[in-house]
Design a protein around this ligand. Structure first.
Ligand SMILES: Nc1nc2c(ncn2[C@@H]2O[C@H](COP(=O)(O)OP(=O)(O)OP(=O)(O)O)[C@@H](O)[C@H]2O)c(=O)[nH]1
Length: 310
């Protein structure tokens, strides 16, 4: 302790910093865990699987360590070109990271996808941490058995049992990650919670609202881009976004009768973006048809994905 008020500031020589890749089957709770670790909403959470399309990082500082979380797209059995691109990106995220956090869903156990992940991870040489999530809905016996089975399959440096939803066990995990990232200066300014540009986050929020309202009629065929972002003198922000769908029929669904659906999507999205920014938001949504965007290389690059040639 000293009286300069600087006792909490680490000099660069004392700091640690590293990338942590979160790997897990779709719906295991990766986005929820990133949010719990960071303590602020950085990626979208949806009941629908495969909502995370691009690598989005949350950044958290704990015990003079900056932990950069790479929220990989779900690993699943790829069929479409877009799915293959997501899987490829997920694995390259694991190879680039300093640590790999493998998430298992306590209720699902080692199912087909988890099994494929454990097999593939045996080729990754980084330190691995097992995180069993959703402990709030499973018995202790089942948890212990799952921890034993997973550790028998793969050598984990540590095992954590958490509930990303309630926050149970999350602090211990955060402290462990902080102790395991390598020594070095911070990569990002201390107050930066996410390097995902706000434009991207705002687009993700609108996409989430579309999923919430139209998940039965419009499963995955839409994408959202933020076109303009204008800060106004009165401290409010004007945002224009375009929702791209693949067919005219889908455009009509998004618009709804007399524009009612898009109005409601816009109202929900505007409210949430405003909450996160802490400022007044004026949101303008447009719907356009863009056929076969799933086969357009530019779209992949915009989402931070590599375009698979096969
Ligand atoms: N009961 C319970 N539910 C959880 C927990 N963590 C996440 N969930 C729920 O599981 C669902 C999926 O969570 P997400 O965080 O979107 O999962 P994800 O792995 O990021 O999914 P993708 O983005 O599709 O890869 C959501 O409905 C969450 O509320 C938990 O600890 N307990």
């Amino acid at each position: 302790m000293n009286d300069t008020g600087a006792e909490n500031e680490a000099t660069p020589a004392e700091t640690r910093c590293g990338f942590v890749a979160l790997i897990g089957a779709p719906n295991v709770g990766k986005s929820t865990l990133v949010n719990a670790l960071v303590g602020s909403k950085v990626t979208i959470v949806s009941r629908k699987v495969q909502t995370t399309r691009a690598l989005i990082r949350g950044i958290v500082i704990e015990d003079h360590a900056q932990i950069i979380l790479v929220d990989t797209p779900g690993i699943f059995l790829p069929k479409r070109r877009l799915d293959r691109a997501m899987v490829k990106t997920a694995w390259s995220g694991a190879h680039d990271a300093d640590l790999v956090c493998v998430l298992l869903d306590a209720r699902e156990g080692i199912d087909e996808e988890a099994d494929a992940i454990l097999t593939k991870l045996s080729q990754v040489n980084h330190p691995k941490i097992l995180v069993i999530n959703k402990v709030d809905i499973v018995s202790k016996e089942k948890l212990l058995k799952l921890a034993q089975d997973a550790n028998a399959r793969l050598k984990f440096d540590e095992t954590f049992m958490v509930s990303a939803l309630s926050g149970d066990g999350v602090e211990d995990l955060r402290k462990s990650l902080a102790s395991k990232v390598p020594p070095g200066p911070y990569h990002y300014p201390e107050d930066q919670m996410s390097d995902a540009p706000m434009r991207h986050l705002a687009a993700e929020i609108t996409r989430e609202k579309i999923f919430r309202q139209l998940h039965q009629e419009l499963p995955y065929q839409s994408t959202v881009e933020t076109d303009t972002w204008t800060e106004r003198k009165d401290k409010s922000v004007r945002i224009e976004q375009t929702i791209f769908v693949e067919r005219e029929s889908q455009r009509k669904i998004v618009l709804g009768k007399g524009g009612a659906t898009i109005k409601s999507i816009g109202a929900d999205s505007r409210k949430e973006i405003a909450e996160i920014l802490g400022q007044t938001v004026h949101l303008f949504l447009f719907v356009k048809v863009r056929e076969n965007w799933g086969d357009d290389p530019n779209r992949y690059h915009e989402m931070g994905l590599e375009f698979p040639k096969d």
